[in-house]
Design a protein around this ligand. Structure first.
Ligand code: HEC
Length: 395
């Protein structure tokens, strides 16, 4: 468990143990010994090195660093050693350090899934940095953009709504980033309403696969009014026996028949086995599903079937490659060297292309796994299929 904001001494203790001797050196370097002279640290004398460093830092916390440049410079030396780690974000927060946007953004860009990344974004917002953050996100390279959008989405803070809306609406954003932003918007009531407003725009604001992502996310919303509005604006995917599928929340409570599900997996309509290996059956094209029940829970299984493009598995993105001869090859990039590209096709075969022959290559924004596979299945077949997938586990 990470220390929560304001957990005072335990956080400091945690910090000191991480900074170790450095903090102690720092305290000594600052001449804190004279400061503490004549006052015994709580808990009496004879405390160990780390306890006195805790005491030192505790004293430091109340100090006015801005009024004391030497003190601030010394603190900053310690802070600098923590750059790129969650401790940096904690120090900036606890010591209310100013002008640290760059370091905070760097951390969020490098570790977007870390809870401290969301905290870093929140601190930037508290400093009134929304507009500059938006501008930076807009002009950043795609991987950075995606990372910042993810960190912002994880804040579940309504102040990031404009930034997440940018990510949903702007041209050229990746499908994954858009999906992350959509789920982030669905986490706050105001964000969910903005998303609904955009989806309801008469000339089709939100496009597929975003509509499916939004439909799945909003159907699970905590706010009943959001759910009922979403049911109108973004109805759930249909199933083959007519009618809408229940929300994923409801689907995960249903139980099916794994044996029938195995038959669905291999069936012509579902065609799962044309792209996936499970046990001894199937084509080795998409990720093997032989242990998917260990990797994904029911909710993630439903989401990967209903909305494949919202979280494309790393290394399984689709590529389209054109050669000098005018051929187009489509598939997964299996490997790449200086001279050669190897593209794995849906047949399971691999095509090798000399790079000197390649005139264009483009990563596809949509998953190679087709959307809408659930709509060729009845609701019971879908539930059976997922039941079967949950049984595919590591031995
Ligand atoms: C045309 C090929 C194709 C078909 C048909 C297909 N898939 Fe996929 N599937 C993929 C590819 C490629 C990926 C990896 C890219 C992605 O995550 O979207 C994938 C990803 C998945 C994942 C996520 C795997 C992981 O490790 O996270 C699951 C689960 C899955 N498919 C299940 C199914 C099921 C069930 C069916 C049948 C209803 C099916 N797929 C049909 C190609 C296919």
């Amino acid at each position: 468990m990470r220390a929560t904001p304001g957990s005072g001494s335990s956080l400091l203790f945690d910090l000191v143990s991480r900074l170790g001797n450095l903090a102690l050196t720092f305290a000594i370097g600052l001449g804190l010994a004279p400061l503490t002279a004549g006052q015994t640290a709580p808990g009496g004398g004879g405390t160990g090195g780390s306890a006195s460093a805790v005491e030192a830092l505790r004293r430091l916390k109340g100090m006015d660093f801005e009024a004391n440049p030497a003190l601030k410079a010394a603190l900053m030396r310690v802070v600098d050693t923590t750059r790129g780690t969650p401790a940096f974000v904690e120090l900036v927060r606890d010591f209310e350090l100013k002008d640290q946007e760059e370091g905070l953004l760097d951390f969020a860009g490098q570790h977007p899934a870390d809870p401290a990344a969301a905290e870093a974004i929140r601190m930037i917002l508290e400093g009134g940095g929304l507009e500059s953050l938006r501008a930076q996100v807009r002009s950043a390279a795609i991987p950075r953009q995606e990372a910042w959008v993810q960190a912002a989405a994880n804040t579940a803070d309504p102040r990031v709504i404009p930034l997440l809306l940018d990510a949903v609406k702007a041209e050229g954003r990746s499908t994954t980033s858009r999906a992350v932003a959509i789920r982030g918007l669905a986490r706050t009531e105001a964000g969910a309403r903005e998303l609904l407003r955009y989806a309801a725009e008469p000339n089709g604001g939100l496009e597929e696969p975003g509509r499916t992502t939004a439909s799945l996310a909003l159907a699970q919303s905590r706010w009943p009014e959001v759910r009922s509005e979403a049911a109108k604006v973004l109805p759930a995917p249909k199933s083959a026996d007519g009618g809408e599928l229940p929300s994923v929340n409801e689907l995960i409570r249903l139980r099916g028949d794994a044996v029938r599900g195995a038959a669905v997996f291999q069936s012509e309509q579902a065609s799962c086995s044309k792209c996936h290996v499970a046990g001894r059956v199937g084509v080795d094209f998409g990720p093997a599903l032989s242990q998917i029940g260990t990797k994904l829970g029911r909710q993630a299984l439903y989401e990967s079937i209903l909305d494949p493009s919202s979280g494309i598995s790393f290394g399984y993105e689709g590529w389209s490659v054109e050669t000098r001869g005018g051929d187009e090859v489509f598939g997964i990039l299996a490997s790449e060297t200086d001279e050669e590209l190897a593209i794995k096709q849906q047949t399971g075969g691999v095509v090798r292309l000399k790079k000197s022959e390649v005139t264009r290559r483009e990563r596809q924004q949509l998953s190679i796994m087709p959307a809408g596979l659930a709509s060729v299945l009845s609701r019971q077949e879908l539930v059976d299929l997922v039941e079967y997938l949950t049984t595919l586990k590591a031995p």
